[in-house]
Design a binder for this molecule. Sequence first.
Ligand SMILES: [Zn+2]
Length: 239
Amino acid sequence: MLAESEIHRVLVVAAHPDDADFGAAGTIALLGDRGVEVTYLIVTDGDAGGNERTLDNSGMAELRKAEQTAAAKIVGVTDLRFLGYSDGTVVPSLELRRDISRVIRQVRPDLVITHHPDRNYQFVGPSHPDHRAVGGSALDAVYPDARNPYAFPELIRDEGLEAWKVREVWLMGGSTPNHWVDITASVDRKVAALQSHVSQVSHIEGFADFVKARFASWAEQAGLGEGRYAEGFQVVPTA
Ligand SMILES: [Zn+2]
């Protein structure tokens, strides 16, 4: 696994506005505290999210972009990129692999954080089809596409983007986490970031307590003890 001192730039590849906050905002806040540069790449515009149908889809997409931008700021992230794929329709594709490879080559991250591409049979929430498609295509972009100068030659030819090797990937939402980050120092920022997604969470009663209870139970599972909070990831070496 990469040492903390080897992580200077991180790219978070998420399907929807709010996924990075559910899966990793506590960890992202701590990375930012250490001076790590974090970029968000949000694949869909989130236009099929939400509880009450009070906006049309394009209104929802604009709102969710603004909510994600506000949430990111709370955990220290100001570099956000949106690919604008249609929410609920993402499939693993060469087009998506190229679009993620482009941003990997632009950002040149040491670490990528993305969705687990496999279905979680213990808990259905993290296994939205968009999540699995984005996680799978992000892993394909990490290996082999972004590092292979012969893959998507137009990226070098037209945009001057040289090949880049990401050394490690952390997967969110899988059933087999093997790395726990103690987010006790940043859990309040995580909750605040999540609450910035007003269109998605404001109708949920006791939302902050629900979030804290879930991440406290993960801390217990990780053996961190009571009164602690943790986010879990499956670490994939890709060097
Ligand atoms: Zn999502």
